[in-house]
Design a binder for this molecule. Structure first.
Ligand code: GLA
Length: 514
């Protein structure tokens, strides 16, 4: 979420128009009240950033907000001689990021200079007073009474595909998605089992006169895009939020749930990622019944379209989603915050799945977020760890890199069929950790449908380690053991009672043992 807020903010700045120079400050005025900066976005959309400020003498406190909701706290605020200064803090301890704002008060307006962002010259933004009503949340709409929806019969093995967010973020266009779909075929990804081509946030435009959602100018024709993806033998995925706006501030499905499900069905959608985002302004994010009912509403709406649509719940693992996700017909549910392209983030998301592994199984999967393989922030060894770990966890394999230009090494990781076979094992049994919880030597095992076991020896330390697995503890018993190294693609010599491998720093040895 911290990343999303920061990204959202960068999107705003990237699309904002530069404003006039900063006038000289006026004598002190009291700035208590609600202020708004209106950002004209491209594609006929507008976005607002609010400041709800309180002034006591020279001290300024308050919140910065993208709309109704809790907002981002303002601290160290001061207004002296018309000069304003404050700090906004994104996220919660220990993962917080701070940004300093400066400004002046003149002619009843705030001329604010946001913190510099890399590659973007700082410009002055003008905030005007607005009514406090602007920060009142839209009304809660009636939600369906809770019930268990029948399984939609989809995602018997974890979904495999590509999603635009990790690499393109708000820069995704229809052209990119088409090129990615084509590359999914020509690169051999399709042959290796990948099929979903998923457009994430920032495709949506305003609603038309009938209230139907439209795509913005980056996506000239959604139906044609769906047709193209289908013509390649692939499947089309889309993204929306139950709130009025998506996490990046584009139109969400609030008040139009069935209508949007119908529109998606018309466009030929096969996969929907439903991202909580601004629904938190309306419903109580820590009230599991409300959260579940919001997701159930879309689950029912998809069911009513009569179209098979994989339903991907995205609410960052709040309210123990793994315990009720399948009841709203979720085929996969995010269990953590957003992944970033670095070792710490990837490992944190991956390890968080182990205690909840038993909640995953055919038709409904824990989702530790998408793959970062090939995006450049980690070494190939570390990317092999992500692919191995996700496969041991039976996590969805949703690539997030540029499939057109990926290196041979990236392709070799993403299309390693022996590792994919672990992920896609039809039994979908949960993973077991047989190493102590906080050890830097992580040993995972998973029983597979053919009676064999997948065994992963992960080295989480930043120096090489020799890791020993006891076969019996790994569940592999029998007089004659046969083992295959799934990254070296060769059988290795093993015998009772154990096997020891030298595993490189931030590396993995992944075995299948019969
Ligand atoms: C949230 C989700 C991400 C992505 C962004 C898009 O942060 O968790 O996966 O969809 O929104 O704004």
């Amino acid at each position: 979420m911290v990343t999303t807020l920061v990204v959202t903010f960068m999107v705003l700045l990237a699309f904002s128009f530069p404003s006039a120079g900063v006038p000289a400050p006026h004598a002190q005025t009291n700035i208590t009240g609600v202020w708004v900066i209106k950002f004209p976005l491209r594609y006929g959309l507008a976005r607002k950033l609010y400041f709800d400020l309180k002034q006591k003498g020279d001290v300024i406190t308050g919140r910065m907000m993208f709309g109704p909701g809790r907002g981002i706290p303002i601290s160290n605020g001061s207004l002296e001689d018309g000069k304003l200064h404050f700090v906004v803090t994104f996220g919660r301890p220990p993962r917080t990021r701070q940004a300093s704002w400066d400004g002046i008060v003149k002619d009843g307006k705030l001329y604010l200079t946001p913190p510099p962002f890399p590659g973007r010259p700082s410009s002055t933004l003008v905030a005007e007073r607005t009514s406090a009503k602007a920060l009142l949340p839209p009304p809660r709409l009636p939600l369906p009474p809770l019930r268990d929806l029948p399984y939609n019969g989809l995602a018997k093995t974890p979904p495999m595909g590509w999603n635009s967010w990790n690499h393109y973020g708000p820069r995704v266009t229809e052209k990119t998605v088409r090129e990615m779909a084509k590359a999914m075929v020509t690169s051999g990804m399709k042959a290796a089992g990948y099929s979903y081509v998923n457009v994430d946030d920032t495709w949506a435009g305003p609603r038309n006169a009938k209230g139907e959602i439209t795509a913005n100018g980056k996506f000239p024709n959604m139906k044609a895009l769906g047709d193209y993806i289908h013509s390649l033998g692939l499947k089309f995925g889309i993204y929306t939020s139950p709130g009025p706006t998506t996490c990046a501030g584009y139109t969400g499905s609030y008040g139009h749930v069935q209508q949007d499900a119908d529109t998606f069905a018309k466009w030929g959608v096969n996969f929907l990622k439903y991202d909580w985002c601004s629904a938190g302004e309306i419903y109580n994010s820590s009230n599991v019944d409300q959260m579940r009912a919001v997701y159930q509403e879309m689950g029912e709406a998809l069911e009513k379209t009569g179209r098979p649509v994989v339903f991907s719940l995205c609410q960052y693992g709040w309210d123990h989603v793994w315990s009720w996700g399948a009841k709203v017909d979720g085929n996969l549910w995010r269990t953590t915050g957003d992944i970033s392209d670095n070792w710490k983030s990837m490992i944190r998301n991956g390890l968080a799945q182990i205690p909840i592994a038993k909640y995953a199984g055919p038709g409904h999967w824990n989702d530790p977020d998408m793959l970062e393989i090939g995006n450049g922030g980690m070494t190939n060894e570390e990317y092999r760890v992500q692919f191995s770990l996700w496969s041991m966890l039976a996590a969805p394999l949703i690539a997030g890199n540029d499939l057109r230009t990926m290196s041979a090494a990236t392709k070799a990781i993403l299309t390693n069929r022996e590792v994919i076979a672990i992920d896609q094992d039809p039994a979908g049994k949960p993973v077991n950790r047989i190493s102590p919880p906080h050890s830097t030597q992580l040993i995972l095992t998973r029983p597979l449908a053919d009676g064999s076991h997948a065994v992963g020896l992960f080295n989480l330390a930043d120096h090489p380690q020799s890791i020993t697995v006891n076969w019996r503890a790994a569940g592999a018993t029998g007089k004659k053991l046969r083992a295959r190294d799934l990254w070296k693609h060769r059988y290795i010599r093993v015998s009772e009672p154990s096997y020891t491998a030298i595993v490189p720093a931030h590396g993995v040895v992944l075995l299948r043992v019969w």
